[in-house]
Design a protein around this ligand. Structure first.
Ligand code: PMP
Length: 328
């Protein structure tokens, strides 16, 4: 019989898939690391298991304890999966811009979810950072993984994502492109790759976020960009940061579904736009890997809804014509 003893055995070892359509006319090989193949559906399963393992070893997380974390959804799903298998409770604190689909998903896994306003400063007592701090303090047996400061976040990528990419490309990877949220993915993976070869590391960032020189002005892409500098982001790691607009990110996200069969989230479209900008300047022997953090099911009522896209003006002037455009 061939089976996994636990769903946790399926975390990592995700495939690399060549992008064939959105790359037309470009010389380099562009490969996508498709993280929705993780059992919780995103790259965040990797950090969840690593952070919990370390907290069990250090004694910070005790049997029957409660995990409290501010998360936009994916980290929550990863933590909820591991928590279930090991008998912990979960309370997640989300900003209110997160889709209802994502919140319902966390609740489906058995977690408790608290929703907080997005449009307040991180130090405001109503912010999702402040609320999660308070809940972690006040809940008996509470432990906050703090993905924004936990070294095991970038470490998980140093130990898994980096080595996987090096092996999967036979050491031929020349560029690594990833969106930056906590910075864990790009810092851990980037460090491993740079230790093994002359790999250029490119961060993709929503226009307005601090990583690309913005002030923290709001944008709609979820899971990436910040209005502060988290400890998990290694400021030395990126050779370049590419800022991408919401409009370009969402248009590419829709093309990935229609042309590549990849139903993925908005930060994936954003990262692919950055990867293609890099590819325009790269040569035929270059191998560009772009990491796609999650799947698209959580965004059906947003990016993949023509009405939502039209409401925000993202369909106007694009090649996509919808019934709504015709009626206007
Ligand atoms: N995309 C999505 C959808 C995410 O949830 C995250 C995590 N916040 C990222 C990208 C960025 O990954 P990281 O936190 O490792 O920088």
């Amino acid at each position: 019989m061939r089976y996994c003893e636990s769903l946790l055995d399926l975390i990592g070892n995700t495939p690399l898939v060549r992008l064939r359509s959105v790359t037309s006319g470009l010389a380099p090989t562009v490969l996508a690391k498709v993280e929705y193949f993780n059992p919780g559906g995103s790259v965040k399963d990797r950090i969840a298991v690593r952070m919990i393992d370390a907290a069990e070893q250090s004694g910070e997380l005790k049997p029957g304890g409660t995990i409290v974390e501010p998360t936009s959804g994916n980290t929550g799903i990863g933590l909820a999966l591991v928590a279930q298998q090991r008998g912990y409770h979960c309370i997640f604190v989300c900003p209110d811009k997160v889709s209802g689909d994502k919140i319902n998903t966390l609740r489906a896994y058995g977690a408790e979810v608290v929703v907080c306003p997005t449009a307040v400063a991180p130090e405001d007592p109503r912010s999702y950072y402040s609320v999660s701090d308070r809940l972690a303090r006040e809940t008996p047996g509470g432990w906050k993984p703090d993905q924004y400061a936990n070294v095991n976040n970038p470490r998980s990528h140093y130990e898994t994502t980096g080595p996987e990419l090096w092996e999967q490309t036979d050491g031929r990877i020349t560029h690594f492109v990833a969106g930056v949220g906590t910075g864990g993915t790009i810092s851990g993976t980037g460090r491993y790759l740079k230790e093994h070869g002359p790999v250029r590391v490119i961060g993709a960032d929503p226009e307005g976020s601090v990583y690309s020189g913005g002030t923290g002005r709001p944008y709609l892409v979820e899971g990436v960009g910040e209005d502060f500098w988290p400890a998990t982001y290694d400021r030395e790691i990126c050779d370049e940061i590419v800022a991408v607009s919401d409009a370009d990110s969402f248009a590419m996200t829709r093309r990935l579904a229609r042309e590549e069969g990849l139903l993925v989230g908005g930060s994936c479209g954003m990262a692919v736009v950055a990867a293609l900008r890099v590819a325009e300047r790269a040569g035929p022997d270059d191998v560009i890997v772009v990491l796609l953090p999650d799947g698209g099911r959580g965004y059906l009522s947003k990016i993949f809804s023509d009405a939502w896209m039209a409401d925000y003006g993202f369909l106007r002037g694009s090649a996509e014509t919808t019934v709504l455009d015709v009626l206007r």
